[in-house]
Design a protein around this ligand. Structure first.
Ligand code: HEM
Length: 418
């Protein structure tokens, strides 16, 4: 582990809350980002042993530079697993790191990514689009006559999971189990769970892992129009192209990567639109603005607020020396509000010209594989909600709480009325 106790470490206290950012409301969090960017753009967070980086150009340069920065720690648990927990995972045959996020072996990452990409090409998106639209409309049908709803509980949490079930070819009858297993996954890796809660979550992770193994085997026996079947066809029985393990790890990883990222992003988007007067109506009256608005919302209030890298050698970032093997938390959400990159960066501007230059999907070799799907889902959700509920507003008073992880952000409930 890197030694950060030398005198070169900048004063950490003023922005130390970055490691507990889920305790802050949106306004306080955004003020904290501004303060970090302006005064402490690179700062050490001793309680979690990460260096926080907050300026756009630094974050982008790090994401781009795979020679000096590795993403091999992307999925390491924030709170190290207990021995009991490791044993539980081992006993359950859990295989560990996915090739799609760990770049320890860049060649295997590129090989798996090339094949997994087939699930997100424009043809696949065009096939999914009407199915997603039908799903979104059916979800709205279920509550529209009630005149008020918790959008997270009754729509936004579950919808992206259902879309992934389509993509992965998970049959309807198995959906409820898969959803139960999914519940604690984010917290296990990115949260601060107690040892007892960790162990509970580990059992669910093992159940889910074993389900993925069976699911890929079943697709081998009877293929469908889905991503695992496409990858199995590309494999054609040849382990040098893809192994069964590669495909199972991809199925396992995508449900984690594509569910709550998108659930939280859609909740952040609706909340930001309703908080900024006139924005909902702007989209309702100009649906053609929606694709750009989606980019701006992803810039303005992303669901993945920070992503990780590790230094492969001693580096200097914004004048701060950082030792080899240090862990970095790149605050994408803070970088997106950097005034050097975006004019009036603190303002939500749905027609912003360079909105798409945000860094919320990462950058470079590991740029979010599911970005086309996330964009499509968000566009359809906003298009259907603004069209069908033009006078939606936030219920007041309403206190927001946020999911308890350092790297992800979204309101746990979003009560709206019309
Ligand atoms: C708004 C929703 C989403 C956000 C904000 C988001 C954000 C991110 C970020 C920040 C990364 C890391 C990029 C890097 O290291 O440079 C990433 C990687 C990834 N995302 Fe997403 N994501 C979203 C939705 C999805 C969806 C829907 C899927 C799949 C169905 C997905 C699959 C992946 C995968 C597989 C990777 C790893 C790519 C690689 O290492 O090559 N994501 N995402």
């Amino acid at each position: 582990m890197a030694d950060a106790s030398s005198s070169s470490v900048p004063h950490a206290c003023p922005v130390g809350m970055l490691s507990d950012n889920f305790k802050l409301g949106n306004a306080d969090l955004e003020a904290l980002y501004a303060s970090a960017r302006n005064k402490y753009p690179v700062t050490y967070l001793p309680d979690i042993d990460f260096w926080a980086v907050t300026r756009f150009e630094d974050v982008k340069a790090i994401l781009k530079d795979t020679e000096r920065f590795s993403c091999a720690i992307a999925m390491d648990p924030l709170v190290p697993f207990s021995d009991e927990m490791v044993q539980c995972l081992r006993d359950g045959g859990f295989a560990g790191k996915s090739n799609l996020v760990a770049n320890a072996d860049a060649e295997s990452h590129d090989r798996v990514r090339r094949h997994a990409q087939s699930g997100f090409v424009p043809k696949r998106m065009a096939e999914l689009e009407p199915r997603i639209r039908t799903l979104v409309d059916a979800t709205i049908d279920a509550f529209i006559d009630r005149k008020s709803v918790d959008l997270v509980a009754e729509m936004l949490y579950e919808l992206p999971a259902q879309v992934l079930f389509m993509l992965l070819g998970i049959p309807e009858a198995e959906v409820s189990n898969v959803k139960r297993w999914a519940d604690n996954r984010l917290l296990l890796i990115f949260g601060k769970l107690t040892k007892e809660k960790q162990l509970e979550a580990a059992h669910e992770l093992v159940d889910y892992w074993q389900y993925c193994v069976r699911h890929v085997e079943s697709k081998k026996a009877s293929p469908g129009a889905d991503l695992p079947s496409d990858m199995l066809a590309a494999r054609n029985g040849d382990d040098s192209i893809l192994t069964m393990m590669d495909i199972t790890l991809t199925v396992f990883g995508l449900l984690l990567a594509g569910h709550e990222t998108t659930s939280n992003m859609s909740a952040n988007a609706v909340l930001a639109l309703l908080e900024n007067e006139g924005s909902w109506q702007q989209l309702q009256q100009n649906p053609a603005h929606i694709p750009n608005a989606v980019e701006e919302l992803i810039r303005y209030r992303p669901s993945v607020v920070a992503w990780r890298r590790k230094t492969l050698e001693a580096v200097d970032i914004a004048g701060v020396p950082i030792p080899q093997d240090s862990r970095l938390l790149l605050f994408l959400a803070a970088a997106n509000r950097d005034g050097k990159k975006f004019d009036d960066a603190e303002i939500l501007d749905l027609t912003r010209k360079n909105a798409r230059a945000h860094i919320s999907f990462g950058f470079g070799a590991h740029f979010c594989l599911g970005a086309p799907l996330a964009r499509l889902e968000l566009q359809i959700i906003l298009e259907r909600l603004t069209r069908r509920i033009p006078d939606m507003r936030l219920q007041t008073p309403q206190d927001f709480s946020f999911i308890k992880t350092v790297q992800f952000r979204g309101p746990t409930a979003l009560h709206v009325e019309w």
